[in-house]
Design a protein around this ligand. Structure first.
Ligand code: PLP
Length: 399
């Protein structure tokens, strides 16, 4: 499958040629250091910055408010998402709670029920303590929003494709209904990254990422980011970033900015490998179901193809048998590791029912298709023959 990621390329704005994705991923917000000429700007660990006078500064005062490495990262993300502004936080979860913090008490929020387990916790437990009313519901039929939106609805939150069954929500349609009320739409774009999906161009007001996953891509940084074109929302997020203080360190911003430089080639390879693995699993006699939006058999393949520029590196599948067979399979994987994160260069498998979604009720897990034999795969960028051989061996020995 080739992706048609040309939408961002070769069109003009303000008479400046907009550069291609790969170019911006390397260069946006990252000029050589003017003091030394260093091609890669240094890590600015200083917490404070000298001022030329009592009432002036040179762009930086105190590192919680702004830091050169954080700025470089935020500028790059804004460029890649086609956003004016971006704000980085100490985790994806800190982005979620920052966005909750800009809602006035007494607000109502609506979230898709196919969201990350931690987002579900924040909305079902923390939001309520802040006096925010929450509706968590299946949004695959966007017109249902007309009945769900209330005068105090301020926020609609979706994640697409969702974790772990790769369900797709229609960003454009949901944005349209959201804006009929005075509410804003947030899209968690962690699975797609800006390479495969740009929610702001489809009408979302904020796009957020757990940078921890594909954006950093090397399983060694915990971080989050939110990007927007709305100055009002940006100012609120900047205020929360500074005065709730959940900011990433300069070193993490440096690493994440470095990770971004290879985002394009990594995502291309993640997708290539995911297609090969999905095809392999699909024809395996012990595999009962494969969830991958790139497959024609995915119930929302057409919608995915319409709003995405590719299908990404995440898939999940169910096997015959029970938890014992899942454990046997996991024990016989050797290259692929059993661990709960995703989006790194290395392949990982996990059992959503016992990890990311363990805190949900059994009935909600059943509704979402998160059964005990559902296995999530974050398909890495190893040589595909080695990945296929590892899964072949493990499936053979799982029974
Ligand atoms: C991991 C994840 C989060 C939370 O991000 P952290 O960086 O772990 O705090 C949110 N949404 C999605 C889709 C995720 O995968």
């Amino acid at each position: 499958m080739t992706n048609n990621n040309n939408n961002n390329n070769n069109h003009k704005q303000n008479n400046n040629l907009i550069q291609g994705f790969g170019t911006r991923a390397i260069h946006a917000g990252q000029d050589p250091d003017p003091a030394t000429g260093a091609v890669i700007p240094p890590i600015s660990l200083s917490t404070t910055f000298t001022q030329p006078s009592a009432n002036a500064h040179q762009g930086y005062e105190y590192t919680r408010a702004a830091n050169p490495n954080r700025n470089a990262f935020e500028t790059a993300i804004a460029s890649l998402e086609g956003a004016e502004y971006a704000s980085a936080f100490s985790s994806g979860t800190a982005v979620i709670t920052a966005i909750l913090s800009i809602l006035p008490a007494g607000s109502h929020l609506i979230a898709s029920d196919a969201i990350y387990g931690g987002t579900y916790e924040a909305f079902s437990k923390i939001a309520i303590k802040q006096g925010i009313e929450t509706t968590i519901i299946d949004l695959r039929e966007p017109s249902h929003l007309t009945k769900l939106l209330k005068p105090n609805t301020k926020l609609v939150w979706i994640e697409t494709p969702s974790n772990p069954t790769l369900r797709i929500d229609d960003i454009q349609a949901i944005a349209k209904y959201t804006h009929e009320q005075d509410a804003f739409l947030v899209v968690d774009n962690t699975f797609m990254t800006p390479y495969f999906q740009n929610p702001l161009q489809l009408g979302a007001d904020i796009v957020m990422h757990s940078v921890t996953k594909f954006i950093n891509g090397h399983t060694d940084v915990l971080m989050g980011v939110a990007a927007t074109n709305r100055i009002d929302l940006h100012q609120e997020l900047q205020y929360i970033q500074n005065f709730m203080g959940g900011v990433p360190s300069p070193f993490e911003c440096y690493l994440a900015r470095r990770g971004l430089m290879t985002l394009e080639v990594r995502m291309q390879r993640h997708e290539q490998n995911a297609f090969r693995l999905a095809d392999y699993l699909l024809q395996h006699p012990q595999v009962t179901q494969v969830h991958y939006p790139g497959l024609n058999s995915h119930p929302q393949h057409t919608l995915a193809a319409k709003q995405q520029k590719g299908f990404g590196g995440m898939l999940s599948f169910t096997i015959k048998g029970n938890l014992n067979n899942v454990n046997a399979l996991f024990q016989h994987l050797s290259l692929v590791k059993v661990a709960t994160s995703l989006g790194g260069v290395e392949s990982l498998v996990s059992s959503p029912a016992y990890t990311s979604h363990a805190r949900l009720s059994q009935s909600l897990r059943d509704t979402l298709g998160i059964t005990e034999t559902l296995i999530r795969v974050s398909v890495g960028i190893e040589s595909i023959e080695d990945l296929l051989a590892d899964f072949k061996h493990a499936l053979e020995n799982a029974y």
